[in-house]
Design a protein around this ligand. Structure first.
Ligand code: PLP
Length: 367
């Protein structure tokens, strides 16, 4: 069996260091927001070139707390993509704002800046570009639109730790950025976690207050907040994985290059591409094909796991039916939801495993 993501193998590769780090936390006695969390925040802020990083309980909370800290709420509109994980729009709805969808680019699968501009109204407050599958969105164009219309830009970088755009790290490209440390994300822990990066000190302090029940001084509360903290144990694990992330992302890129090398001429497969001014870290490797069902079935029969990201666009979700979107509103996103499928991708896939996947994918030439 070849898994879509083999997490076990990745964690095994750093197991001794992780167990030692957990051991140190147990001995140290600080279990919530202790020195390891502080160290992780400092290291991530320094690496990405931002002033502040604030660790929270998960990526969804990272988005919610960021929107709330910027004052986005009831009646405000936030423009984002309908082709993303639900949490992006859920966070917008959770703070009382309205998610407004704009279609994506067919090559990068990311927000199309022209479509974003068409959706701006006097109620628009923010844009949330998602760096989908690990490829940075068109940030210069989006930032320019935001500047012209005085909007916030919040990166949903949950799938793209370590990706770059014009030689700058994802997470430093907007007013703030949100990351997830869910185990399957390219930088993940053995549980839930998330972090927000920003160079706005005032917003960072608001987020710090929100994550601990709206308090700066213990037992004195000046706003309604959340309980959204990163555990010390997860920070310790993430500090180990952080020392490997560039190498792991490099492996992902090598594996993606090899897929491209052997599959580029298969006529019924459209491979993911990387824009020339950015590094895609291939959180997922998604291929487009008119024969998705047949190909996925052949791979399943060969005990190779596949996945669909995402089978239903957000504008067509039951929960958003009151917005009266309909099929055909965002044709590119809808097409991608019908044709994309993911094949195994993680930093430790061996060449022989890859050869087995490549063989099945090219054998279907009769299709
Ligand atoms: C995973 C993910 C999230 C949510 O992160 P969690 O840590 O699972 O809450 C948000 N947006 C995107 C694009 C994601 O992939």
């Amino acid at each position: 069996m070849i898994n879509l993501v083999n997490l076990k193998r990745q964690f095994q590769s750093v197991k001794d260091e992780i167990l030692q780090a957990i051991n140190d936390v147990v001995d140290n006695g600080d279990y919530i927001l202790g020195p390891k969390v502080k160290e992780l925040e400092d290291k991530i802020a320094r690496k990405l070139g931002v002033q502040e990083a604030i660790a929270v309980a998960n990526g969804t909370d990272a988005l919610i707390l960021t929107l709330e800290a910027f004052g986005v709420g009831k009646g405000d509109e936030v423009i984002t993509t309908p082709f993303t994980f639900f949490a992006t729009a859920e966070a917008i709805s959770r703070v009382g704002a309205i998610p407004v969808f704009a279609d994506v680019d067919p090559i990068t699968f990311n927000l199309n800046p022209l479509e974003v501009e068409n959706r701006i109204t006097p109620s628009t407050k923010a844009i949330i570009p998602v760096h989908l599958f690990g490829q940075p969105a068109d940030m210069d164009e989006i930032n320019e639109i935001a500047k012209k219309h005085r909007l916030l830009v919040i990166e949903d970088a949950c799938q793209a730790f370590g990706a770059t755009y014009k030689e700058r790290w994802v997470g430093s490209l907007g007013d703030a950025a949100c990351f997830s440390f869910f185990p399957t994300k390219n930088l993940g822990t053995l549980g839930d976690g998330g972090i927000i990066t920003t160079s706005d000190a005032e917003v960072a302090n608001k987020i710090r207050k929100l994550r601990t029940h709206g308090t700066t001084k213990k037992y004195y509360h000046d706003r309604i907040g959340y309980n959204s903290r990163l555990d010390e144990i997860h920070a310790a694990i993430l500090l180990v994985n952080l020392t490997r992330i560039d190498q792991w992302n490099g492996n992902r890129r090598k594996i993606a290059n090899r897929y491209r090398q052997y599959l580029k001429d298969v006529p019924y497969l459209k491979l993911p591409s990387e824009a020339s001014d950015r590094t895609h870290i291939f959180h997922l490797y998604c291929i487009e094909s008119d024969y998705r069902e047949e190909i996925m079935e052949a791979l399943t029969n060969a005990t190779i796991q596949t996945g669909i990201y995402y089978p239903r666009c957000l504008h067509l979700q039951e929960v958003y039916r009151s917005f009266n979107y309909k099929k055909g509103d965002f044709p590119i996103s809808e097409l991608l939801s019908e044709k994309l499928f993911a094949i195994p991708m993680d930093p430790f896939i061996s060449e022989s495993e890859q050869d087995r996947i490549i063989a099945i994918l090219s054998e279907m030439r009769g299709t």
